[in-house]
Design a binder for this molecule. Structure first.
Ligand SMILES: NC(=O)c1ccc[n+]([C@@H]2O[C@H](COP(=O)([O-])OP(=O)(O)OC[C@H]3O[C@@H](n4cnc5c(N)ncnc54)[C@H](O)[C@@H]3O)[C@@H](O)[C@H]2O)c1
Length: 419
């Protein structure tokens, strides 16, 4: 029996209303669809289609490569091994030797053309990743994230593919969704540095001065990017979706929430809260927390993200749309700090440091409504947070973490971006 469902997706600013019709299990590609690597036997009947992952030597891209290889695809990666992510400047050991590596910059059209030869599907993950840093390295972030996407799209004109999937981010929403005291939806704007002194709270207040209650954020929430990084991710997803519509290439923008897991760069102080906290702890220092630590986020394991990305490729009805990828659970940053301290065996020895500081571009609460991913992709996050932490801690043993958090704080403070 075929289940047919219409999801009316009210997209972000400028995104047209999309009517998505999708079919239930069994109507899609293969019988193994819906399961993730570690759960499925490699499908030897796959046609060995070739997938290009830009930025595939990084954290999420390398896990996606594993997921795709396990499902029987051939994988090629284009990456220029950004020093902030790969301090040694060499190919990371975790990258599966079966991956074909093309060294090249996303801004180099010739490298892209070479990388696109014979490719069936593209995942566009190459990006500069860091909210705070994007607020002063504005040109570099805009070049790599927005212009880099433009170069990729021009290269795709000569090498059209069957599907394009772009890594977007929860950051495109700015603040998440809220409801006021009367139960009405509220979409507050970005807070300013004097928010706390004005309201005696880090939270938002409604018209009756009640505290607005955060809710899971769905794809229909209007986008209000609050940092150059977020604006760049929004540019990327819009550019890819416009291109896909115009050239009839099915395109999906995946809005990842806070992704965590092994292989996240430990020496990049601008991204990956859990990796930053772990790096501090490995150096015997306390995790530093902005505001009061009660900000709420959705932490999703990288293997679940990789699975969602593969499902987006294999689900025919996933086209010309944006999809949230989270765990569907929410936690405060303080809880996250306490959990990693405990998992690393430092409880009672190191406490998180709540700084009460505000950082430009940070949002108060934003966590995922994963309804669309569940229905459209049959996505089911499988990694329980505490199991994910145990795995992360296992990986941390044997890693070297250079703690650059204080350098990053100085950069932000001297520019008035952290108060
Ligand atoms: N990690 C998260 O929590 C998260 C959340 C939301 C969205 N995202 C998005 O997911 C994607 C992957 O993120 P990640 O966490 O794996 O980041 P990452 O920094 O680990 O990986 C990015 C990769 O892109 C490469 N790269 C950077 N600039 C490049 C250039 N000019 N040319 C070619 N390659 C270049 C880097 O060398 C790196 O290997 C990014 O687009 C990011 O914006 C990540």
């Amino acid at each position: 029996m075929q289940l047919q469902l219409c999801v009316l997706l009210l997209g972000c600013v400028g995104l047209s209303q999309l009517s998505i019709v999708f079919a239930g299990a069994g109507a899609h590609s293969g019988s193994w669809r819906g399961r993730c690597s570690g759960w499925l036997m490699p499908n030897l009947n796959q046609s060995r289609e070739l997938v290009l992952i830009t930025g595939g030597a990084g954290f999420i891209g390398s896990h996606l490569a594993d997921e795709l290889l396990a499902a029987g695809y051939r994988v090629r990666v284009l990456d220029h091994l950004d020093k902030q992510v790969h301090p040694e400047g060499t190919l990371p050991k975790y990258l599966d030797p079966a991956v074909e590596f093309v060294a090249g910059d996303i801004l180099d059209i010739e490298a892209l053309k070479r990388a696109l030869e014979g490719v069936d599907f593209v995942y566009h993950f190459a990006a500069k990743v860091g909210v705070g840093q994007s607020m002063y390295r504005i040109r570099e972030y805009t070049e790599v994230n927005a212009l880099g996407t433009a170069v990729l799209l021009e290269a795709l004109l000569e090498n059209p593919v069957k599907k394009l999937i772009v890594a977007s981010s929860m950051s495109v929403y700015g603040e998440g969704s809220y409801v006021d005291g009367t139960g009405q939806s509220a979409f507050p704007k970005q807070r300013r540095e004097n928010h706390f002194t004005q309201h005696n709270s880090w939270d938002f207040r409604g018209e009756g001065s009640e505290t607005l209650k955060p809710e899971p954020t769905a794809e229909s929430k209007p986008c209000l990017p609050a940092s150059m990084y977020a604006q760049g991710k929004y540019d990327q997803e819009r550019m890819c979706l416009i291109f896909g519509e115009a050239y009839d290439i099915p395109t999906v923008a995946m809005r990842f929430f806070n992704v965590y897991g092994p292989r996240q760069a430990l020496s990049n102080p601008y991204t990956g809260v859990l990796a930053i906290f772990a790096s501090r702890l490995m150096n015997g220092r306390a995790p530093l927390i902005f505001e009061d630590g009660e900000q709420r986020r959705d932490f999703v394991h990288v293997k679940d993200v990789a699975c969602a990305c593969r499902l987006a490729l294999e689900t025919e009805a996933a086209r010309n749309c944006v999809v949230n990828v989270g765990s569907g659970e929410q936690r405060s940053i303080r809880q996250i700090a306490e959990a990693i301290i405990a998992a690393m065996g430092r409880k009672g020895e190191i406490e998180p440091e709540i700084t009460g500081r505000f950082r430009a571009g940070d949002v108060r609460h934003c966590y995922a409504d994963t309804t669309l991913a569940r229905h459209l992709l049959e996505y089911r996050p499988r990694v329980n947070f505490h199991d994910g932490l145990v795995e992360l801690v296992g990986w941390l043993e044997g890693q070297i973490a250079i703690d650059r958090v204080e350098d990053a704080q100085r950069e932000l403070t001297t520019r008035g971006l952290a108060k």
